[in-house]
Write a protein that binds this ligand. Structure first.
Ligand SMILES: [Zn+2]
Length: 250
């Protein structure tokens, strides 16, 4: 019998039988796993709070066939309060869905784990631009799952100095002025947006969250990343994220 301890964040909790929950947990040591939290729905269960969505806890897990069973848990940070704020809840749901749908079972990704925990923490703060934090999350997330867009040079010829870079999601980054004619579907990109993307890629999200970014640049970044995510995250159901785009129109 294998028993192990690991930190984890609950990405999904689905009711099973009367009082049990099947959790999808993104763990530090095992990557994404499915785990049965037996009796977790009972009021007095010691597993109750660490079985809630977004919960960040220490889990003691026992392997059972293809699944794990939560033997014991100690909460580090619940993040459950995010459920009371529609904006924060929508963003938190969005990023946990991104992680859930694009990570493989049993594949660890420590940088992504830390990014998720830090971003959930940022959503609990009042004086924070959650829309911009979400864009920074998307960009760092793309990097950590292996789809980092190249923004410090031309993806085609390597040129670093061009007055008129464009962004081409299909080519995976920026194109210089002379190469841009060879490709279709270029998007306009402001030099400030390029610098911002470089900044986000080389700093942690806590630092990024302090950047003062204009609405125009956030909007341009959003438009670029949205297309990029659609191309590279095949199979992610962006329809389920409609609520978010409704909010962002406000
Ligand atoms: Zn070029």
């Amino acid at each position: 019998m294998i028993i192990l301890n690991t930190q984890g964040i609950v990405l999904k909790a689905v009711r099973y039988k009367d009082n049990d929950l099947i959790l999808t947990i993104f763990t530090r040591k095992l990557g994404k796993i499915a785990a049965l939290a037996k009796g977790a729905k009972k009021n007095k269960s010691s597993l109750l709070s660490s079985s809630q969505l977004f919960s960040y806890s220490n889990y003691t897990l026992k392997r059972q066939g293809n699944m794990y069973r939560v033997n014991q848990s100690d909460i580090i940070k619940s993040f459950y309060d995010l459920s009371y704020d529609l904006e924060a809840f929508s963003y938190a749901t969005y990023i946990t869905k991104l992680v859930e749908s694009s990570t493989l079972e049993n594949q660890t990704n420590n940088r992504l784990f830390v990014l998720l925990a830090q971003t959930l923490y940022l959503y609990t703060l009042d004086n924070i631009d959650k829309q911009f934090v979400t864009r920074a999350f998307e960009l760092k997330f793309l990097d950590y799952i292996g789809f980092k867009p190249i923004v410090n040079r031309c993806v085609n010829c390597g040129e670093k100095n061009s007055n008129n870079f464009v962004f081409n999601a299909y080519e995976g980054g920026t194109l210089c002025e002379s190469c841009s004619n060879m490709f279709n579907e270029n998007k306009k990109i402001d030099i400030t947006t390029i610098k911002l993307m470089e900044y986000i890629l080389s700093n942690d999200i806590l630092r990024c969250s302090k950047a003062k970014v204009s609405k125009y640049i956030t909007y341009e970044l959003q438009s670029i990343l949205k297309q990029y995510l659609m191309i590279y995250l095949d199979g992610v159901n962006f329809k389920s994220l409609n609520l978010l785009s409704e909010l962002e129109k406000e």
